[in-house]
Design a protein around this ligand. Sequence first.
Ligand code: ATP
Ligand code: MN
Length: 478
Amino acid sequence: MGPLQIKELLQQTPDGQSVTLKGWVRTKRESKNAIFIALNDGSTIHNIQAVAAPGQFSAELLLTVTTGSCLKITGQLVESQGSGQAVEVKIEDIHVYGAADPDAYPLQPKRHSLEFLREIAHLRPRTNTFSAILRIRHTLAFAVHKYYNDRGFFYLHTPIITASDAEGAGEMFRVTTLDLEKLPRTDEGAINFKEDFFGREANLTVSGQLEGELGAMALSKIYTFGPTFRAENSNTTRHLAEFWMIEPEMAFFELEDNMDLAEDFIKYVIGYALENCKDDLAFLENRLAEEDKNKPQNERSIPLLEKLNFVVENAFERLTYTEAIDILLKSKPHKEKKFQFPVGWGIDLSSEHERYLVEKHFKKPVILTNYPREIKSFYMKLDDDGKTVRAMDVLFPGIGEIIGGSQREDNYEKLLERVHEVGIDPETIWWYLETRKFGTAPHSGFGLGFERLVLFVTGMSNIRDVIPFPRYPKSAEF
Ligand code: ATP
Ligand code: MN
């Protein structure tokens, strides 16, 4: 089906067999003795080199063979004369599917800034950096499904449109078919959502967890992997308005089982990428090293593969929130008033605190547990002391929080009390509460932000560069 991909052709033994190449020109180079075309079809980071003799093709045709143009080349696969590649193609014929006017085509064979490439997101997959990222992203997504499928989890499709705002009050995107120019009103003058599509207010989901729990109470082990939406107006390098989240939810898992799963899962998918994305990771590692050349020694990053292998091979540090606060209180930056935000029991850790623990103190991924109930969600199981909940956050170097999870409150009365406490109308989540009335069970789960994982594995520094078409405040162009 279809032509052989360049990735496959590069692995063939060259003995003059005829081959057909289809792809986009990366570079064209003309010398006295030959014309060299580097072609790429996105199947691999590597280009295939095609060679023609001077005078073999008309100047008119060659003018349309420029960076970005799309070609079909037929020729013979032969051993390469030059160094740098094992095989090359001796060109017999060139067909130009589509030229790319060199005066207008924005991608030229030189280094473009990531900011510039964000403005041409429709073309950036054609760069080495972005094609590498997209292939790694694919491989990680595949590894996620493989991991859970191999362990008896079922992929549950939780809704994208939701009427419950229990989770993300204030940061949800509204879904409506009402005419904004002529809003229907109630007698009291409020907007009458009874006339809206669903007969009530609706939003895009911020998490599949609540429905995920319903699945776990029947199938025991489920996971979701879908888009989530948050209208938080945070212009950070770690937040998107639309991102993908993986949320496993397991009946009969307590907090410790939950931590074991989270650690094993992350190590597996990173290991899978190490095994299956060698060329792309090597390319990105080099790219980072190049960038680092301009930095002072002490600001240079650990080589990408070394960093990934370290995570796979070492146990994550596990400690409670209370222990973490003690470490922070005793820390140098706290004593020297270098932290921007104050430290004390009860605070919501800010990313400078998280990064101190991970990057300076432990120098490895950290799982923090048993946070104060006040700063965590209503559904987290209360500890016996009544002050903390069975929460767990996994913190990563350079990223901060990559996973947020917990053991869930399975006691109906305690859950209802928390629902009232945080001001949620129990009527709106009656179906969620019923799971605690009918055959309740200890259960746990977590959410992994997929883009934060891709960020870590690719070594990129802005989350907008690890999703094909990022959505963030004032940006939804492509
Ligand atoms: P943060 O504190 O970093 O904003 P959060 O506590 O709001 O994250 P959770 O609600 O726990 O996040 O969501 C679970 C995971 O989803 C997070 O650990 C993170 O990996 C990811 N995540 C959360 N918000 C975003 C976002 N806006 N863009 C990308 N990933 C996100
Ligand atoms: Mn969280």
